[in-house]
Design a protein around this ligand. Structure first.
Ligand SMILES: Cc1cc2nc3c(=O)[nH]c(=O)nc-3n(C[C@H](O)[C@H](O)[C@H](O)COP(=O)(O)O)c2cc1C
Length: 185
């Protein structure tokens, strides 16, 4: 029997690591779970007041890496401390960066897959800044590719469990999309 609840939610969320540069060229990164892909080449992420938010407002460009099980402690750390208080927060958790050739933003060397984004809209609502951006490129380590495509079985991306307040690794495929359902045709 199902219980009835007053409030609902969607879970899990992707764990997105946003990479930006500040006005001095210092790289910053933050963990953002309130976001996702909203169209073929568009993403949206909801940000409160952070160093990253200021950097995105100024540069209009940023990167988004997928958090992985292997780097989960570093991915969590960048969501705990601010670059405003700890300017070397990336170095403190063992992350290094390489500047993207497509956008003025850092690509984190230790995270295998990163998309490169340009802001198309900044919407202020409910005290948050909703950043809408176009994906203009992607960097992916060869080690997580199969036949030239990103292979989640090799990447080990994590999702944010908003109920248990923990990270969970994405598991096995349980069926092909537009395929496994055909058995009922
Ligand atoms: C699991 C997790 C998810 C988070 N999701 C968001 C988010 O979607 N939006 C947001 O504004 N802050 C989010 N945060 C908080 C920021 O990552 C955090 O405040 C960070 O220290 C900001 O860093 P910065 O000031 O260097 O940009 C999240 C933190 C964690 C741990």
């Amino acid at each position: 029997m199902k219980q009835s609840f007053e409030k609902g939610f969607i879970t899990p969320h992707p764990v997105l690591i946003l990479g930006t540069y500040d006005e001095n060229g210092t790289p910053d990164a933050m963990n953002a779970a309130w976001g996702g892909q909203i169209a073929g080449n568009q993403i949206a992420v909801s940000l409160s007041s952070h160093k990253t938010t200021d950097n995105i407002r100024r540069n209009k460009e940023f990167t988004v890496a997928f958090a992985t099980a292997e780097q989960i402690a570093a991915c969590d750390y960048v969501g705990i401390v601010s670059g405003n208080k700890v300017p070397d927060k990336l170095a403190k958790c063992g992350l290094t960066v390489t500047k993207s050739d497509k956008v003025n933003a850092p690509v984190i060397d230790q995270l295998p897959v990163t998309i490169e984004c340009k802001v198309t809209a900044l919407q202020e609502e409910f005290g948050e800044t909703r950043v809408v951006a176009e994906i203009v490129g992607m960097k992916a380590e060869e080690s997580v590719l199969t036949d030239g495509k990103v292979d989640l079985g090799k990447l080990h991306p994590v999702v944010f469990d908003t109920v248990g307040l923990c990270y969970r690794v994405v598991g096995d495929s349980v069926g092909g999309a537009w395929s496994v359902g055909k058995q009922f045709d």
